[in-house]
Design a protein around this ligand. Structure first.
Ligand SMILES: Cc1cc2nc3c(=O)[nH]c(=O)nc-3n(C[C@H](O)[C@H](O)[C@H](O)COP(=O)(O)OP(=O)(O)OC[C@H]3O[C@@H](n4cnc5c(N)ncnc54)[C@H](O)[C@@H]3O)c2cc1C
Length: 319
């Protein structure tokens, strides 16, 4: 394939986001022999970090990060016309990517979970609809380039690879980045709670299936029995049944437990996007068609109000 593939690298506090390695794997699903170029705006440390996995890293010096308006302008100046650009499908990527495709006059596909190579010049793409209940197979004409939002966590990173790539400073080609209608002010961190679920090895996570705040007691008891911490999906926080610091997901915490129990959780991508490090996922849901079962290592079709107390009892008996 003659077209060049680029991966836009998100980062925070001088460290590349987990999606940095995931995009590299996604690029190889488009073209196994492609030489993928990483683009890093605003961090020398991140350039050096991702050079370990990418053959080439294009660096743009700017303190505008994470202002999508400025970064879009820079990318339009440096990218070739038929570039294929992979961008994480997170809050920032959703801001950056659609407008970038318009400026580049290229195709745009959002929230991609699978890439199945090129057939007759068209890229075969898999997306999900109805909260993951149905898959859509998209055939995308990429001859004029494409901007593709990749869902975080959809591709497993290949940590074994070492590319030892070079860093090329493209700041001079990026144009004048000082003119902007938006101004980045600050990152406001989520308030800290009484437990730091980002450090937990076992998470007992509860979703809307718990039905009532009083029923949370059975979740606490199971967490105590298995030696885990309680986390939750967003509706539980919205209902003010648990604090925001316990919410897993793209607008909550990113967690890396060894075991993740998903109890009465449907498995939306916003929730699953907060689970990293490929934990062993146990899902309990009364709907056998719930999307969470596609991602679970072990699935139990059951009513959590009956199953969870029984499980806690059995665990306590075994102890
Ligand atoms: C911009 C944006 C950001 C978001 N960020 C997040 C985020 O960070 N984290 C997050 O979690 N969500 C987030 N969401 C919301 C997300 O889209 C989903 O709505 C949410 O994850 C659904 O939570 P849930 O699985 O608990 O509820 P539901 O989707 O309602 O699922 C409840 C599940 O429980 C099952 N169930 C019901 N009763 C029982 C029972 N008695 N026993 C067993 N199973 C039962 C049902 O079959 C169903 O599968 C975000 C949404 C947007 C738009």
């Amino acid at each position: 394939m003659a077209q060049q593939i680029f991966a836009y690298i998100a980062h925070k506090d001088g460290k590349a986001d987990d999606t940095a390695l995931e995009l590299e794997v996604a690029a190889r699903k488009i073209d196994a022999d492609a030489s993928v170029t990483a683009i890093v705006v605003g961090s020398d440390a991140v350039c050096d970090e991702v050079a370990a996995s990418y053959k080439e890293v294009w660096k743009i010096r700017s303190d505008a990060y994470p202002n999508a308006e400025v970064i879009r302008k820079a990318l339009v100046s440096i990218l070739p016309a038929d570039a294929i650009v992979l961008v994480p499908h997170d809050t920032f990527g959703m801001d950056l990517a659609p407008g970038l495709s318009i400026k580049l006059d290229s195709a745009f596909v959002a929230d991609v979970v699978g890439l199945e190579g090129i057939e007759d010049g068209n890229l075969k793409i898999v997306r999900q609809e109805y909260s993951g209940m149905a898959s859509t197979h998209v055939s995308c004409d990429i001859s004029g380039g494409a901007v593709i939002n990749i869902r975080p966590g959809a591709f497993q990173p290949d940590e074994s690879k070492g590319a030892g790539g070079s860093v090329v400073d493209k700041t001079g080609d990026a144009g004048d980045l000082s003119e902007t209608t938006r101004r980045f002010l600050e990152v406001v961190e989520a308030e800290a709670g009484d437990v730091d679920i980002t450090k937990s090895e076992i998470l007992v996570s509860v979703g809307r299936g718990i039905e009532d705040q009083d029923n949370l007691e059975i979740i606490n008891e199971l967490a105590e029995a298995v030696g885990g911490d309680v986390s939750c999906s967003r509706p539980i926080v919205d209902a003010k049944w648990l604090e925001k610091a316990r919410q897993v997901g793209t607008s909550g915490q990113t967690v890396k437990p060894k075991v993740y129990l998903a109890l009465g959780i449907s498995g939306s991508f916003q929730h699953m996007g907060g689970i990293k490090g490929a934990p062993y996922i146990v899902a309990v849901n009364k709907n056998a068609k719930a999307p969470i079962f596609q991602m679970a290592d072990l699935g139990v079709v059951a009513d959590i109000l009956e199953f969870v107390p029984e499980l806690a009892e059995k665990v306590n008996e075994m102890k």
